[in-house]
Ligand binder design. Structure first.
Ligand SMILES: Nc1ncnc2c1ncn2[C@@H]1O[C@H](COP(=O)(O)OP(=O)(O)OP(=O)(O)O)[C@@H](O)[C@H]1O
Length: 248
């Protein structure tokens, strides 16, 4: 379970999160929408424990993150896969090697290096079966930067699945692809999350995709959560409240 209570975050004089309350239960699929600068990435990074709140609390898997030691926090991070907007893939290594990095938090440096240099057959088989699930098995040994933007997004999803995270936080995972690929990528991400009983929180700019693929929508504006409810309950009025230009 993810629980944010009265979350406040600022950078200097910029207030980024202003009293956000949010609870997401295990296995839920939630779309996070809102205009540019509304705080979606910051909310995801806060849940990923990349940003620390000024006040308020984040509870993940029954632990309040501010109370955890750095070792406990590191362990918790292994259960959470954060896919940033830039995907954080290493461009000049093979797809298999990038997927392997999903487990970097659970392996020693020596083990990581060894796996990168000579990947055990059993790990390669696991990676291949995940790449089959995300639809790019033929890319196993291709250099990552030779893949298209959409294929690289699939590699980032594969890395999260290989990590065996119980929570996936995806920051605009379809920003770099055309509408038909965006559709199949979201289909892939949401169905795999469902199959693997993973909690999925995904920021999106496209309301149609949010409504089609996610049962629940959270809408942000100016660091506040203005809508939180079932996708079918999201109305044109809610859309105007989030996106209108004269509402600041
Ligand atoms: N590390 C940071 N340092 C300073 N300001 C930041 C930082 N991260 C976010 N901000 C500020 O927080 C505000 C919200 O940014 P954020 O990236 O969370 O919005 P967003 O809704 O994800 O936007 P977009 O849809 O364009 O990605 C912006 O004003 C941004 O400049």
């Amino acid at each position: 379970m993810i629980q944010l209570t009265n979350a406040h975050l600022s950078f200097g004089s910029t207030h980024v999160l202003l009293g956000c309350d949010l609870q997401i239960n295990k296995g839920e699929k939630v779309a996070l929408i809102g205009p540019s600068g509304s705080g979606k990435s910051s909310l995801l990074k806060t849940i990923a424990s990349e940003y620390l709140l000024d006040s308020g609390s984040v509870i993940l898997e029954n632990s309040e993150t501010s109370q955890l030691s750095s070792k406990q926090l590191q362990q918790l991070r292994c259960a959470i896969a954060y896919i940033p907007q830039d995907l954080a893939l290493v461009p000049n290594i093979k797809v298999s090697q990038n997927v392997l990095l999903g487990k970097v938090g659970t392996r020693s440096t020596w083990q990581t290096l060894r796996h990168q240099l000579l990947t055990p057959k059993i790990e390669l088989e696991k990676i291949l079966s995940i790449l089959k699930e995300v639809g790019i098995p033929e890319k196993l040994f291709h250099r990552t930067d030779s893949l298209s933007g959409g294929q690289q997004q699939r590699v980032a999803i594969a890395r999260a699945l290989y990590q065996q995270a119980s929570v996936i936080l995806a920051d605009e995972p379809v920003s770099a692809v055309d509408p038909s690929r965006a559709h199949s990528l979201l289909q892939c991400l949401t169905s795999l999350a469902e199959k693997n009983k993973v909690t999925l929180l995904c920021s999106l700019h496209n309301l149609e995709y949010a409504k089609r693929f996610f049962p629940r929508i959270v809408g942000m504006r100016n660091g506040k959560i203005l809508f939180d409810g079932k996708s079918e309950a999201f109305t044109e009025q809610d859309f105007k409240q989030l996106y209108s230009l004269d509402n600041d």
